[in-house]
Design a protein around this ligand. Structure first.
Ligand code: DGJ
Length: 702
């Protein structure tokens, strides 16, 4: 609910448990007033005011503006920095008007002199205690305005407290690991300058006062940016107690030529509050994704068990080999059979072929449809890998259009994995991608696209565009991907898309509004995955998290893990199998069949239920994650033991998320037990040795 106090000109946005209040200050700016638990009365929320001036400090820098133009003596991160046609570089934004609908508040700010306005928008997701922030810059003049920094908004957490910052960091084969540090009096920047979301940092943060929140208790403020190009989240803590968080498009090497009578809308910045710890914060983000953000057509559908041949064959395959793998995959219960890199052009390795999206006639003499018919006859859907944004210099496409890649004419074109990036800021390039993808999807009964992106940007020149538009590529590329996938989905609504970027390099709340699921990491070592998947779960839901069962001895770490352990780890998300099934023994296939069957039974709870991180794999020998369905009558717990020593008895595992007074039966037990007892006393664990694991199902019986 949005409440307006016209006496004091303040707006209070109330969600299920939280409130976010802003108000008009005497300076004419809209300032932050309050973020935290909802208060009983409108009069409880403070006035909007600018704090007293300090010697050597002007008041304006102390004011917590929600959307600050860079002007006057303002020294913190601005949301808008621009140069007007007369070279004035000062944006003086003042409150003009407001409007609201049932769930959205829009504040209009106008520049004091120039015909430029900003629509600052707050959309409430009341049930999840989440507010979506965004801003639209409107140029009402006859001249261009150069936008040099445009963020989605600034937000604040209560002053005069210490905060612990939580964030996701990683690398290739080690994505989304959750780290924490105390926020000192400084400025912290989380960002990507790589042209894409990045493996190294992810646009998500948590802040908990005094580092006191746990999984189950305490206040957690969090935010996530929905953008897959260069992004930036800054956290500024000053000696006067202010903690300002700003998020949006990265202003590094950025500018946008805002044409007369045109708009620029920022990516959405989702901010939220939980007074029940990190667990509830994550669950609310997960629910938001499952119920609002994921692409609508398949939002409510369960994701299928897939097989992907990459780890098994790399580039070395033909129709016969794939057909043999398909037979094995179908026999263990796979529902979606996906061919990875290597089916097209002269793609025998990663040195050639990207850009030539015709079926390789030596590998598939009958085209792809011959294989697809076999796959479909086995009862499986068919999926295909593509990397549409890329080109190898050794390709017909590049030979025909060398100017279609980002480059600076006087510089070498840096190759990564022997490839260059197609310039999606160009309309002809976007049309070309829509064209070949549309043809592929029209000519073949493909139900799933794995869309890869295997390198970051270098030499981001767009030589044929005007100088004033050169630095727009960081945004135009990401918007180009969104636009292409939107068009393809309009034409092929039944096709699911997976976002992959050399593993989990492009996972964010923006991409998942176009892609139905993501590839989490090229690291499929089931033990390492526990860490990656745990970090992933802080921001993203299990339904979109693809996880594959792979080699018994994993090539990355040479760690040997049982089939059961590998399955259990991968069953915590969207289950896939990536190993060479032709090497599996009959016993292994039988075991796999049973585990796939088990997954299919528990899949609604894993993919659509609420997730509880019971014990973290970070520095723990024992880790456990639990999923509970929405009616709380079914649950499943995944438990992993790294190692046990000294003949120690494992502690009982305390569960969560169940109804206190309901009675539950633990799989394998005779005696029902209350939800409260499961929380307070826990369950006995029978794990032993190294790398043991179990999955326990729980059903409500009374
Ligand atoms: C990187 C992906 O993460 C892998 O799964 C695989 O698709 C390769 N690219 C193919 O080149």
């Amino acid at each position: 609910m949005i409440r307006f106090d016209d006496q004091r000109t303040i707006w209070v946005m109330e969600t299920k448990t939280a409130a976010y209040a802003i108000g008009l200050c005497e300076s004419g700016t809209i300032n932050h007033i309050y973020f935290g638990e909802k208060l009983p009365y409108l009069s409880d929320y403070p006035n909007a005011s600018i704090e007293a001036k300090y010697p050597y400090t002007l008041g304006s820098e102390l004011s917590a503006e929600e959307f600050m133009g860079w002007s006057k003596a303002k020294f913190t991160e601005p949301c808008l920095k621009a140069t007007f046609a007369d070279h004035v570089r000062d944006v003086v934004l003042e409150y003009c008007s407001w409007s609201m609908t049932a769930d959205t508040l829009t504040i209009v700010l106008k520049d004091q002199h120039y015909p430029l306005s900003v629509l600052v928008t707050y959309k409430l997701y009341e049930e999840f205690d989440i507010i979506e922030r965004s801003a639209t810059i409107v140029n009402e003049s006859e001249q261009c305005v150069a936008l040099e920094a445009v963020l989605s908004g600034s937000t604040y957490v209560p002053k005069h407290q210490n905060y612990r910052l939580g964030y996701l960091t990683g690398k290739w084969v080690g994505e989304t690991q959750f780290d924490q540090m105390m926020l000192t009096t400084t400025k912290v920047v989380l960002e990507s300058r790589r042209g894409t979301t990045s493996h190294f940092a992810n646009p998500f943060y948590t802040l908990d006062p005094n580092g006191q929140a746990t999984e189950k208790s305490g206040e957690v403020y969090f935010g996530a940016l929905a953008f897959s190009g260069n992004w930036k989240i800054t956290l500024e803590k000053d000696r006067l107690g202010l903690v300002k968080i700003s998020a949006g498009v990265n202003d590094f090497d950025f500018s946008w030529d805002l044409k007369p009578h045109s708009n620029f809308t920022t990516p959405s910045f989702y901010i939220g509050y939980s007074n029940a710890g990190f667990g509830e914060a994550s669950r609310n983000l997960h629910r938001l994704q499952r119920q609002h953000l994921l692409p609508a057509p398949a939002r409510g559908e369960l994701r299928k068990v897939l097989y992907n041949s990459w780890d098994a064959t790399y580039f070395d395959f033909d129709e016969d080999l794939q057909a043999k793998l398909a037979v094995e995959a179908a026999s263990i219960g796979v529902e979606l059979f996906v061919i990875d890199d290597g089916w097209f052009g002269k793609r025998m390795n990663d040195k050639a072929g990207l850009g030539d999206w015709y079926v390789n006639p030596e590998k598939f003499p009958r085209g792809l449809n011959g294989l697809i018919e076999k796959v479909n006859a086995l009862g499986m859907d068919f999926g295909l890998w593509v990397e549409p944004e890329m080109v190898n210099p050794d390709s017909d496409l590049y030979r025909a259009h060398p100017n279609w890649v980002y480059h600076f004419p006087t510089r070498l074109r840096t190759e990564i994995r022997n490839q260059l990036i197609l310039n999606l800021a160009r309309e002809d390039v976007r049309e070309y991608i829509v064209g070949f993808m549309d043809e592929l999807l029209s000519k073949h009964p493909i139900k799933f696209i794995k869309w890869d992106m295997n390198r970051n940007f270098s030499e981001p020149g767009n030589p044929e565009a005007p100088i004033s538009e050169q630095r727009e590529v960081w945004v135009r590329h990401a918007l180009g991907v969104y636009e292409i996938v939107t068009k393809l989905k309009e034409r092929h609504p039944k096709v699911l898309f997976q976002s992959c970027s050399g593993g989990g390099g492009r996972v964010d709340l923006g991409i998942i509004q176009y892609f139905d699921q993501v590839w989490t990491s090229d690291n499929t070592d089931a033990y390492d995955r526990l860490r990656i998947q745990e970090g992933f779960s802080f921001a993203y839901c299990a339904k979109i998290m693809e996880a594959w069962v792979s080699d018994e001895v994993h090539p990355l770490n040479q760690r040997k893990l049982s089939l059961k352990y590998r399955f259990h780890s991968a069953m915590m998300g969207n289950l896939g199998i990536g190993d060479n099934l032709l090497k599996w023994s009959d016993t292994e296939k039988e075991e796999a069949r049973e585990l796939v069957e088990l997954y299919k039974n528990i899949r609604p709870i894993v993919q659509h239920g609420d997730q509880y991180r019971l014990l973290s794999p970070r520095n723990n020998e024992l880790s456990a994650t639990m999923y509970v369905n929405r009616s709380k009558d079914e649950a499943v717990v995944f438990i992993f033991l790294r190692s046990n020593s000294f003949a120690s008895t494992l502690p009982k595992l305390r569960l969560d998320g169940l109804e206190d007074h309901a009675l539950y039966l633990i799989e394998g037990e005779q005696q029902p037990i209350s939800g409260k007892a499961l929380k307070q006393v826990g369950i006995k664990l029978n794990l032993i040795g190294d790398f043991d694991s179990t999955v326990i199902r729980i059903n409500r019986v009374g």
